[in-house]
Design a protein around this ligand. Structure first.
Ligand SMILES: Cc1cc2nc3c(=O)[nH]c(=O)nc-3n(C[C@H](O)[C@H](O)[C@H](O)COP(=O)(O)OP(=O)(O)OC[C@H]3O[C@@H](n4cnc5c(N)ncnc54)[C@H](O)[C@@H]3O)c2cc1C
Length: 381
């Protein structure tokens, strides 16, 4: 591997870190407490290019690479997991699917609005009965003349109610093997028959919008189809590869944020007439956190770099997500331990980081699913 951050990557990291500290950190606790999607931050994210990270400049985006995408998500997650999840999913899933597989017409129609923040993107694969077994989805799309009629229910959809459009995966051919008969479509918010439930109450990432979506005889023209008919599942696997890099980056940010808090607290808090940082038990926890998060960082940026080189990175993305998400949960848990009883209160952000980090072990494929993917690569190579 030949990866090193370029000067523009370092500059981007500093810019996003400064932005997150100034504009996000002061409000993250309140947004979480109120379980409110922070609409007011959307124009500021757009102004920095954070809503069109990989969208080409001619379509209004920032035209950045996957390493930059990971940097942006990591730096926001240092202070707010909810907003990092919004940025990761908007860029990687909803707009990412149109960018990678949409027609020129769809790209021109949706990507400039996504990059400017006029419309946030959602992406709907999961259903009440199909999560890990995503090829088992039951939403259908049936052809009627030049249109498609969609019916079904989607579960846990990020930006499902605040988004302007949603890429929906639906079964178009029940006659073939399950993963071979699925197609993607873009559905505009407000299309008759397309409704969002109320915001789901969650353990963490509480200011990120998560809803159930219902599609009842939703009629859309064939021009809203993303990619080839019956090719949606294969395309989805490619979308999830890059998405997993961003979830690994989100985990890294949350873990490193928790480490920073632990360091500051351990130097400040005194027991037995000395800072708790002087105790070896605390030092070992800090050392383990740093070592595991640095290993996670190497895995994450290797996968991002491979993606940018156009080289295979599916296994590497799964390894990065698996390791980084579990390292982040451990780091947040240890940081809370270092904070003692105060860490257990809402006065300190570490409890929010611990709650937010858990989703990284579940979303875009659970840790168990990542192990299945890694093993499959090992056994078939
Ligand atoms: C906050 C949040 C945001 C989300 N955002 C989106 C979104 O925007 N779009 C979207 O489409 N989805 C989204 N999801 C859905 C997410 O991707 C799924 O929750 C996840 O893939 C797991 O599916 P499930 O919840 O149905 O769990 P299940 O698949 O039912 O899994 C339950 C348990 O069984 C284990 N398991 C399942 N199969 C196996 C197996 N073969 N071997 C071993 N263990 C197994 C799992 O690892 C897990 O521990 C979101 C979820 C959450 C919570």
């Amino acid at each position: 591997m030949d990866f090193a951050f370029a000067e523009h990557h370092d500059l981007l990291r500093k810019t996003v870190r400064d932005f997150a500290r100034a504009e996000v950190a002061p409000h993250a606790r309140a947004w979480d407490h109120e379980e409110r999607f922070p609409h007011e931050i959307v124009p500021k994210l757009a102004a920095l290019g954070l809503l069109g990270i990989r969208i080409p400049e001619e379509l209004g985006g920032a035209g950045m690479d996957t390493v930059s995408y990971a940097i942006c998500v990591e730096e926001i997650a240092r202070v707010d997991g909810s907003l990092a999840l919004t940025v990761a999913s908007h860029n990687g899933l909803g707009t990412g699917h149109i960018l990678a597989f949409g027609s020129d017409e769809l790209k021109r129609r949706y990507l400039p609005k996504a990059a400017s923040g006029e419309q946030l993107a959602a992406w709907a694969l999961t259903e009440p009965g199909s999560g890990s077994d995503s090829a088992g989805l039951r939403t259908t799309a049936r052809r009627e003349g030049g249109d498609w009629i969609l019916n079904g229910t989607k579960m846990f959809i990020t930006q499902g109610s605040v988004g302007g459009f949603c890429v929906v995966l639906a079964r178009t051919n029940p006659e073939v093997a399950r993963h071979k008969g699925i197609t993607a479509f873009v559905v505009d918010h407000g299309t008759p028959g397309f409704t969002a439930s109320k915001h789901l109450e969650k353990l963490g990432c509480r200011s990120s919008d998560t809803v159930e979506l219902t599609l009842e005889d939703v009629r859309i023209p064939d021009s809203q189809r993303v990619g080839e008919v019956d090719h949606g599942f294969t395309d989805t696997m490619r979308i999830l590869d890059r998405g997993r890099v961003s979830i690994a980056a989100m985990a890294l940010g949350l873990g490193n944020g928790a480490l920073e808090m632990a360091l500051a607290y351990a130097k400040d808090r005194k027991q037995f007439q000395k800072p708790i940082a002087d105790f070896q038990a605390i030092q070992w926890m800090l050392a383990d956190m740093k070592t595991q998060l640095d290993a996670a960082s190497l895995l994450t940026y290797r996968a991002a770099w491979l993606a940018d080189q156009g080289r295979p990175y599916s296994q590497e993305a799964s390894m990065a997500k698996l390791f980084a998400s579990e390292a982040a949960s451990r780091a947040c848990n240890r940081s809370l331990q270092i904070h003692g009883g105060y860490g257990y209160t809402r006065e300190f952000a570490v409890e929010r980081h611990l709650r937010d980090a858990k989703i990284c072990e579940i979303g875009e494929g659970t840790s168990e699913v990542q192990r299945i993917i890694i093993a499959k690569h090992l056994l078939t190579r």
